[in-house]
Design a protein around this ligand. Structure first.
Ligand SMILES: [Zn+2]
Ligand SMILES: [Zn+2]
Length: 148
């Protein structure tokens, strides 16, 4: 069991297992929303238990389908996003879990938009220029499975 909490501590997350994958997204939305590349841990949704005052904001991602961003109502910190595209998955913000895991991305998407001064991480095994290949990403997810 791994637990994490938002910046103010009112929201808490609990996971039974380890993340399936560490990944980065360099898309333009992430750059604006998160002030840089998104660093996330992919978990199965049923693995996550969320407590505390939270709200969700939904927007259309680069793929054209919705992403649902859940954040703490008190401090506003983003906790995870949930893509319609990959049913049953949540992308948990890497910073939340920093006491449990060292972030080592295996996959990066929308790499064509990577900021010029950001280098490709050594740990990355698969780079996608956009996510038109999301099916392949989900395949990869099954293969890479970083759970211990
Ligand atoms: Zn909070
Ligand atoms: Zn993105």
């Amino acid at each position: 069991m791994k637990t994490a909490s938002c910046f103010c501590g009112q929201c808490s997350l609990e996971f039974k297992h380890d993340p399936m994958m560490h990944f980065m997204c360099h898309c333009e939305d992430c750059e604006v929303l998160f002030n840089g590349a998104f660093r996330g841990f992919a978990y199965t949704e049923i693995d996550l238990e969320l407590k505390g005052p939270h709200d969700t904001y939904s927007y259309e991602g680069g793929s054209g389908s919705l992403l649902h961003l859940t954040f703490c109502k008190n401090c506003g910190m983003n906790l995870f996003s949930k893509p319609d595209l990959l049913e049953g998955l949540v992308y948990v913000f890497a910073g939340l879990m920093k006491e449990h895991y060292t972030f080592e991305p295996k996959v990066e998407i929308f790499a064509h938009n990577r900021l010029p001064w950001v280098t490709r991480a050594d740990s990355v095994v698969q780079t996608y220029d956009h996510n038109g290949t999301i099916e392949r990403v989900s395949e990869l997810l099954e293969n890479i499975d970083q759970r211990g």
